[in-house]
Design a binder for this molecule. Structure first.
Ligand code: ATP
Length: 348
């Protein structure tokens, strides 16, 4: 296990920054997710940590040691990418043993470690098969076992679940997280999928255009977004943002669709009222969404499908949000204006 740290890391391709000055440190044994849309630089950041891409500027430390100029094999890391790149002609056992053979470990030690890794990943029954005789999820586990036998101090995973169908992905998420907890190896995990990030990460680093917007636990990122980018990137539907009419400076008020509910006279001063014009409702099985407007601004409300909410489509009704669930942002830059003082939403 080891802490991974990057300092002022920059990568430019032909003068264009793919990674544009990143400071980030994992905790020991942490599952840290790099989350962002396509092209934001997350794969480039991971490849630099792995030693596959030399940084233009900055340093990389693993376990407190500067590894910036070391080749991948000297970094004690294991990488698993989207394509698992198993050797098709070799059995599962030989695929897993491959890095140990390359390191010339004694045969008995190889067998022992293969059995250990296969046991952890629940593939002991598949050791004699060839990769083509495995499901996508089983192949992924073989790739993880092959990474695990080297007893790396850090796992670098780049969208390892992206080849799986939706149903299989949910259970693979669960397995992968369980596996990481059992081995306790520091893991840096790249994804563009917010559900994956929220469900698996101890912390999430939200990236945009080569920079980190916010690093925090899933709760911090969701409940206390540092800016309007993070507020609208996470959550589906995203946080509502409406112009604040009372303030002197130009501000936006943000609130989650699930915090936006019909006003009742019993609600006290703790609630802020908004006239809400509802255009349309959408039934999604477990929940129901209302689409409408507050003045000119679009706003969505979300309820459990069985909630007893009667709203007339095409009418304007009083809705309300609890004061504590309202977030204030500067309208020009999108920065949060009322961030809690306890370090939530730390920016790098
Ligand atoms: P995706 O989710 O699509 O893989 P990403 O967030 O991982 O995206 P990167 O692959 O890190 O993004 O790419 C970041 C930016 O750097 C992109 O604009 C990409 O086009 C550019 N880039 C990446 N690798 C190279 C390269 N070898 N040469 C030139 N430009 C590159």
């Amino acid at each position: 296990m080891a802490v991974v740290e990057v300092r002022d890391l920059v990568k430019r391709f032909d003068g264009v920054a793919a990674v544009d000055g990143i400071d980030l440190a994992s905790a020991d044994g942490e599952f840290l997710v790099l989350l962002g849309s396509s092209g934001c630089g997350k794969t480039t950041l991971l490849r630099m940590i792995g030693g596959l891409e030399p940084p233009t500027e900055g340093d990389i430390l693993i376990g407190g040691r500067v590894v910036t100029d070391l080749p991948p094999r000297a970094r004690q890391i294991a990488m698993v990418f989207q394509s698992y790149a198993l050797y098709p002609h070799m059995s599962v056992a030989n695929n897993i043993a491959f890095p140990l053979k390359a390191a010339r470990l004694p045969k008995a030690e190889q067998t022992k470690r293969v059995a250990w890794a296969a046991g952890i990943l629940g593939i002991d029954g598949l050791l004699d098969r060839k990769p083509r005789q495995l499901s996508g999820g089983q192949r992924q586990r073989v790739a993880l076992a092959r990474a695990l036998v080297r007893e790396p101090t850090v796992f670098l995973l780049d969208e390892p679940l992206s080849n799986l169908d939706a149903q299989r992905r949910a259970s693979a998420r669960d397995e992968l997280q369980g596996f990481q907890r059992r081995v306790g190896t520091t893991t840096i995990y790249v994804t563009h999928d917010q559900v994956e990030a929220m469900g698996m990460g101890d912390r999430i680093a939200v990236m945009e255009q080569g920079r980190i917007r916010q690093v925090g636990t899933p709760h911090e990122i969701y409940d206390e977004p540092a800016d309007t980018f993070v507020a609208t990137f996470l959550g589906s539907p995203p946080m509502n943002l409406i112009p604040e009419s009372d303030s002197a400076a130009s501000e936006l008020l943000g609130f989650r669709p699930e915090h936006f509910i019909p006003w009742t006279p019993e609600m006290g001063d703790d609630w802020v009222r908004f006239p809400y014009h509802v255009h349309r409702t959408e039934y999604l099985g477990a929940e129901r969404l209302l689409y409408g407007q507050i003045g000119e601004a679009k706003a969505v409300a979300r309820f459990p499908a069985n909630a007893d909410i009667a709203v007339d489509i095409g009418s304007t009704t009083e809705f309300a949000v609890r004061r504590g669930d309202l977030k204030r942002f500067d309208a020009e830059m999108g920065l949060r204006l009322d961030r809690p003082p306890n370090g939530n939403g730390r920016r790098s």
